[in-house]
Design a protein around this ligand. Sequence first.
Ligand code: ZN
Length: 340
Amino acid sequence: MNKKLLILSILFTFTLSVHAQESDTTKVATVDSLRTVELDTPAVPVHPVRTLGKVAVIDTLPTGNDALSIVLFNDNTWRYILAEDYKNDPEVFNDHWNTSASHAYGDVDVNSLPESTVIRLVDSLESYHYPYMGRITSRYGPRRGRAHQGLDIGLKTGDPIYATFDGKVRFSKAAGDYGNLIVIRHNNGLETYYAHLSQRDVEVGDWVVAGQQIGLGGSTGRSTGPHLHFEVRYRGQSFDPERIIDFTTGDLRRPELLLRRRHFSIYAKYEQDFTDEEEVAKQEEAERKAAAAVQYHTVRSGDTLGALARKYGTSVSRLCQLNGIKSTSILRIGQRLRVK
Ligand SMILES: [Zn+2]
């Protein structure tokens, strides 16, 4: 364990220092650098951490690394977490910290948000867990004239619901249509919503870790049957949870998310976006291949169009077409001809 801890500490310290240098430039990306950011945030899935049951923290221990603590749970398990000073970012946890309303950012206009934001979904601890694994019964988007700001996953009443990332409970009570609702604010500024619960196991102000049971699924509030209504919001604006979680595998799609302002719309479904992006990627790959296939020949003494056509497995007319010349054109020594 000591060796593992040491390696983790080194990795983590390194990551933190890299992040510190990058934070100004990558947290809010300009439109010009979007392409670069996309290339820098590959879709490497993050697997869920081990599931925790309904646990309580017994103790928190220092590790010798200021950024890391170890928490001990009452089920004899332990986990690395960010140390208090690192996880309790006042910019995240003091700003709009409203524990009496389900939505805390009512005064934040979507147009005041940057065109794009890079959200670090997990740090090197990779603390992520799916909220519940099951069949999606209703996706994010418009539904019967109402805006469905999250997605629904069918379940049996009493099934455990897990915190998606580490964070602090901002809201935990019955809230109208939501029924029993828990809202967790995470270190990266995202909030996750877990609605229609039959039981809430955490209270406002509790720190939770990914994979910790926060309550039980149910059908409270405006609900026609047991399901989890799950939302992800950034500064109050919802976006399609499928952007970050692949509910077919339970994996987080990628460690970092490039969140665009246009994603904050119930019409901006991940699936549609994905199809578009896939199409663009295919086109780019085709263009890249075409560009890679281009080949030139520098004319040497004795070269003729006929000989070059044979050498490169093409035809004289194709060579003429590629280079805008006639079959009767005189080739100059040193002339660069495109042959493919
Ligand atoms: Zn729903």
